[in-house]
Write a protein that binds this ligand. Structure first.
Ligand SMILES: [Zn+2]
Length: 367
């Protein structure tokens, strides 16, 4: 059985602004919340600095832009359009095609800068360019490849080599393309499940109840996702917002649940993987920030005690273990054992990119 050298805490953050919800009208419904996004990110980064926490920020590629333009009348002609059945119009039909000063919920170059310059160093990962659902038949291979290629090129333009990927709606697909473009690790869905066969709406209530009473969340281990070398690090717990039905979750319960996750990771020498969206802090902001503060403080204390590693997705199991597997010709499982026996906590420089990674974009291409 695979066992890490010590428990590990990972935080991954889906950073998407209006791109995360526009296909269901969220750009209107959550407009006020999105307008708090930058302040929220600044507050979360302050907490990360306070407790010396590196996290993984998966950023939608369109947020690397501060403006965009039509080319021969077409918005982003280099992107093969997703054709999701729930969104009949052109996928970019709501893209304002303006700039960051006019439409701040669609562009985010200042957000990328803020995260890039944060201390301690944060990992910038990808959350796709335009948030298509990779698992859906409406996202063809051509769509996925054009989307990912653009993300990689925009990031390289900022000197960032993308290694971690978080799928829109957390629904994996087209892993071969991720691998082709140099990604090493992605967040999996996790093994949280409802033990009973129930309709989706009832399951949602079950999960809400589960969070209300703060049961111990699952701890996870990295695993080989397929034969293309990608590593999956499943999620453990969503830091749930205080909106809609979720308002019912009592103050302190998010911390209580996460604390149980950290304790379980330490005890079992596994990973506790917390994730959230910045917009989740838009409601009851002070309470939510206080809950995150308490989680980070607890994790930081455990780290000081030598009981817990705190790592980004890239630093952690994914790339780390795959490097061992590739360079030693061992199976992933064998390499995991060897690496963990050696020095799991030591950070390893990642392997060079494969040759398929395109050159950075020219200024004209960036639009
Ligand atoms: Zn655009």
């Amino acid at each position: 059985m695979i066992m890490l050298d010590k428990g590990t805490f990972i935080i991954s953050i889906d950073t998407e602004l209006a791109w995360g919800t526009f296909d269901h009208g969220g750009h209107k419904k959550y407009k006020e919340a999105y307008e708090k996004y930058r302040f929220i990110i600044s507050q979360v980064l302050k907490l990360f600095e306070k407790y010396d926490i590196p996290a993984t920020w998966a950023i939608v590629g369109h947020l690397f832009l501060d403006s965009c333009h039509r080319e021969d009348g077409v918005i982003h002609p280099d992107i093969v359009r997703p054709r999701h059945q729930w969104f009949g119009a052109d996928w970019f039909s709501l893209d304002p095609v303006t700039d960051i000063s006019s439409d701040q919920i669609w562009y985010g170059s200042d957000i990328v800068k803020m995260i890039k310059e944060a201390y301690p160093k944060q990992e910038i990962a990808s959350h796709s360019f335009c948030h298509p659902v990779f698992s859906d038949k409406g996202c063809s291979k051509e769509t996925a490849e054009s989307d990912i290629a653009k993300c990689v090129r925009l990031a390289l333009n900022e000197g960032i080599e993308l290694r971690s990927f978080i799928f829109p709606r957390n629904l994996p697909g087209h892993l071969d393309i991720l691998s082709k473009y140099g990604f090493k690790v992605f967040r999996g869905q996790g093994d949280r499940y409802c033990p009973l066969k129930l309709p989706q709406v009832i399951k949602k209530m079950y999960f809400l109840l589960d969070d209300m009473v703060a049961t111990t969340p699952p701890t996870v281990l990295p695993k080989a996702a397929s034969n293309n070398g990608l590593i999956e690090v499943p999620a453990s717990m969503l830091f749930r917002f205080a909106y809609g039905k979720s308002r019912i979750i009592a103050e302190g319960m998010r911390f209580r649940k996460a604390k149980k996750g950290i304790d379980a990771a330490i005890k079992r020498r596994r990973i506790f993987h917390l994730w959230f969206h910045p917009i989740s802090f838009a409601w009851k902001m002070n309470l939510m920030l206080a809950e995150l503060d308490a989680i980070l403080q607890y994790a930081s204390e455990k780290k000081k005690d030598g009981l817990l590693e705190i790592a980004t997705l890239k630093e952690d199991a994914g790339c780390f273990m795959m490097q061992g597997a590739r360079t030693t010709n061992l199976t992933l499982r064998q390499s995991v054992c060897i690496i963990t026996e050696a020095q799991y906590s030591k950070k390893i420089t990642l392997m060079a990119c494969p040759s398929t990674i395109p050159a950075p974009l020219s200024s004209a291409e960036r639009r």
